[in-house]
Design a protein around this ligand. Structure first.
Ligand SMILES: [Zn+2]
Length: 272
C-alpha cells in the first residue's frame, strides 16, 4: 500500500471514530435530558390520570337581595401577608385559612393571632409539604405531585397532625397544593374523613395577578361564591388588591362567612 493511501485510510478511520464518539455523546445527553421527564411525567403505559379541580359553592342565600360569600385563603409556605390579615382583623371579617405544616412552623406569631380569634378564623388543612395530592408521579405547574397513595396519605395526615401539634382544632377540610387531584386520591382523602375544599372564584391567580385585577375579581363575587386567594405572599402586588377587594365586598353589604358556618355546601367540578 502506498503511503498516501494509508494516510487516507487512517483519516477516514479517524472520522468514523469521531462520528461514533459524537453520536455517543448525543445519546448520553439525550439520556440525561430524559431523566427528569421520566421521573415526573407518567409514561403513557401508566395512564396519566385525569386531573380534577373541584368547585365549591355556598347554597343560594334564602333572603332576596342578601349576598353571601366565603373568603378562603391558602397559606402555602413562606410568610404571612399582613396587608390582608390586618384588614381581616380590623374589620372583624371571618375567613377560612388553609395552612401547611411548613407555614405553621415559620409563622408562629401569625398563628398566635389566628388562634386568638377562634370565632373569626377557621383554620383548615393545606397539607404537610405542599405537594399536590395526586397519587401518580407527575408535575403540575412545575410542582412534583405526591406520586403514590402512601405519599398522598402522608401529605394529608401530616398537615392535620401539624395543626393539632400547634394547638389548633382538628381540621374538617383539606385543600391540596394546586387545588387539583386525581379521582383515586380524592376517594382516599374522603376515606380519611376530610371534605375537599374547592372554590368558585380564583381571586388572585395563584398570587400572580396584578393588584387591580385581584381587587376586581374579589369585589365582584356573587351570592354563593367561595373565593380563593393567598395570604402568604407579602411581596406580591396581588395581596394589595386582595385587601382592597375584601373591603369592597364589605362596603357592598356582602355577608362574609367561613366554610364551617354553612351546613350544606355544594360540590362540583370547575371547568376552564
Ligand atoms: Zn398552596
Amino acid at each position: 500500500m502506498r503511503q498516501a493511501e494509508l494516510w487516507q485510510r487512517q483519516i477516514i478511520g479517524a472520522h468514523h471514530m469521531l462520528r461514533l464518539f459524537l453520536s455517543g455523546c448525543l445519546l448520553l445527553l439525550a439520556g440525561f435530558a430524559a431523566v427528569p421527564a421520566v421521573a415526573l411525567e407518567p409514561s403513557p403505559a401508566m395512564h396519566a390520570p385525569k386531573l380534577i379541580e373541584p368547585a365549591l359553592h355556598l347554597p343560594r342565600s334564602d333572603e332576596t337581595g342578601k349576598i353571601r360569600v366565603a373568603l378562603t385563603f391558602d397559606a402555602c409556605m413562606g410568610e404571612a401577608d399582613q396587608r390582608i390579615l390586618s384588614v381581616l382583623v380590623a374589620e372583624n371579617i371571618p375567613a377560612t385559612i388553609f395552612v401547611t405544616a411548613r407555614w405553621l412552623r415559620h409563622n408562629p406569631q401569625t398563628v398566635a393571632i389566628l388562634r386568638a380569634h377562634p370565632e373569626q378564623f377557621e383554620l383548615e388543612n393545606h397539607g404537610e409539604n405542599h405537594v399536590p395530592a395526586v397519587d401518580v408521579p407527575m408535575s403540575i405547574y412545575g410542582i412534583a405531585t405526591a406520586g403514590s397513595r402512601q405519599a398522598v396519605e402522608q401529605e394529608v395526615a401530616g398537615g392535620a397532625s401539624a395543626m393539632q401539634a400547634a394547638g389548633l382544632p382538628a381540621p374538617n377540610w383539606f385543600r391540596g397544593s394546586t387545588a387539583k387531584y386525581d379521582a383515586s386520591a380524592m376517594d382516599l382523602i374522603h376515606t380519611m374523613g376530610f371534605r375537599i375544599a374547592g372554590y368558585s372564584v380564583n381571586g388572585d391567580g395563584g398570587s400572580l395577578l396584578g393588584a387591580a385585577l385581584a381587587e376586581k375579581r374579589i369585589s365582584t363575587a356573587r351570592d354563593g361564591d367561595v373565593v380563593l386567594a393567598h395570604i402568604n405572599q407579602p411581596t406580591h402586588a396581588a395581596g394589595e388588591g386582595v385587601a382592597r377587594g375584601i373591603l369592597a365586598l364589605k362596603r357592598r353589604g356582602v355577608t362574609l362567612v367561613r366554610l364551617s358556618d354553612v351546613a350544606d355546601m355544594q360540590d362540583g367540578t370547575l371547568t376552564h
